[in-house]
Design a protein around this ligand. Structure first.
Ligand code: PLP
Length: 412
């Protein structure tokens, strides 16, 4: 049923059968899913896609499963919003928001990757799923894994936002809070994954998991009337999402669904964790690991697994990268809310603030069509705004008390 040829090493090209493996035994390069594009082109079309339910599985021929989708049937196909108010505020002609703050059951784009990873874990007959998470993955694996009937082991840095910890715990997974940053959690998880036969969605299932990110790219093209935009700005943690947005557009071109492709891909990070944007700005592919210190915790990966490939995509497409301070993140979250009525988490603030800088520096032209990926909902990181919003007007339960305040409001 599926169109997967196998797994292929991104470095040496060696091919492997479809298994829960992720590194090349010969050169230690990462493995990636390889497809038979001729057979995909023969079995998928724009007409076929538009008749399917509005979820991420409408592009199923380009996703690495063999049977029927089993997880995430309500995830994906999020809105693409023409953001005229925001466009005006930041001085650009045509701006769209790919709004992954809504639709997904756990309110971030991670439901896309988890839908694919857990469907694949079922196909591999795993009974336990696990992950190393910066927050949103914990939430998503906890939720989708509960419904799909998996045992779940979720590893997080102990310093995660309290709201994200509660949002995961409610589904009663085994939540392991590690005294260390994400990179330390990830290293521990690699050891655990070697020892226990579990489906670690972002370790041994990573080649399949990562493919789920392509669905943002597919949706953007479909929602623009089967066209690729001039620019797409993507937030980067491991860098995987950025590489997969580009892979999606290239695949659509390859199978004839897109006629033209001239999109520039831009990366965005917090200055407190900017290994990818620092490399791009320095004109190198060499990723220098950093110790994260930022309110954008969902992006706080100091040693990004796909950083090298992300910087290559940025260079290959003629894009660029930027990073932004915590204050710029907060200001951008507030601007997005005020202009478009969208409450984004810190990662969304990163994307918008970086977009502003890229426009101001002329890297993104004011003419042309730009899409920014807003990947998570602000209700998940409300702590970040503590003390940074306006305050309520406090009154007595009387009309006169209200009118006193009303006078003040109207006065200024
Ligand atoms: C995980 C995550 C990303 C990006 O992840 P990559 O590791 O770069 O694929 C972006 N935004 C949010 C909100 C996330 O949780």
């Amino acid at each position: 049923m599926g169109h997967v040829k196998g797994l292929k090493c991104r470095e040496c090209g060696r091919e492997y059968a479809v298994d829960p493996i992720y590194v090349c035994e010969f050169c230690f390069g990462p493995l990636e899913v390889a497809y038979d594009y001729a057979s995909i082109a023969a079995s998928i079309s724009r007409e076929k896609i538009v008749q399917r339910p509005e979820n991420l599985w409408r592009y199923r021929e380009l996703l690495p499963i063999d049977g029927e989708p089993q997880v995430g049937l309500n995830s994906g196909y999020t809105p693409l919003i023409k953001a005229d108010n925001l466009a005006k505020a930041i001085g650009i002609d045509e701006l769209y928001i790919k709004d992954d703050t809504v639709v997904h059951p756990t309110l971030s784009f991670k439901d896309r990757v988890v839908a694919v990873a857990l469907t694949k874990a079922k196909e591999f007959n795993f009974d336990t799923v696990a992950c190393a998470s910066t927050g949103n993955l914990a939430h998503s694996v906890s939720a989708h894994g509960a419904r799909a009937g998996f045992n779940r082991f979720i590893f997080i840095p102990a310093t995660l936002e309290a709201s994200k910890i509660v949002a995961s715990l409610v589904y009663e997974p085994n939540l392991i809070a590690v005294d260390g940053n994400y990179d330390e959690v990830n290293r521990l998880c690699s050891e655990v994954a070697n020892k226990y036969r579990w489906a670690f969605v972002n370790i041994n299932i990573r080649p399949f998991y990562a493919e789920g990110s392509k669905t943002i790219g597919f949706e953007i093209a479909e929602q623009l009337g089967w066209q690729a935009p001039d620019n797409i700005v993507v937030p980067c943690a491991s860098g995987s999402l950025l590489t997969k947005v580009w892979k999606a557009l290239k695949e659509f071109k390859e199978i004839g669904i897109l006629k033209e492709l001239n999109t520039k891909i831009y990366g965005s990070q917090a200055t407190g964790c900017n290994p990818i944007s620092a490399a791009v700005k320095a004109g190198t592919d060499v990723i220098r690991p950093v110790k994260p210190n930022t309110i954008a915790k969902s992006l706080a990966i100091g040693n990004p697994a796909d950083g090298f490939y992300a910087s290559q995509v940025i260079r290959e497409t003629g894009g660029h990268a930027e990073d932004v301070s915590d204050q710029e993140i907060i200001d951008a979250i507030k601007l997005l809310a005020k202009t478009e009525g969208i409450f984004a988490e810190t990662a969304g603030g990163v994307t918008l603030a970086a977009t502003r800088k890229l426009i101001e520096s002329g890297r993104i032209k004011r003419e042309g069509r730009t899409v920014i990926c807003i990947t998570g909902n602000g209700l998940k990181t409300q702590e970040a705004l503590q003390g940074h919003t306006t305050m309520p007007h406090h009154i007595k339960p009387s009309l006169s008390s209200f009118e006193e305040v009303l006078e003040k409001i109207n006065g200024n």
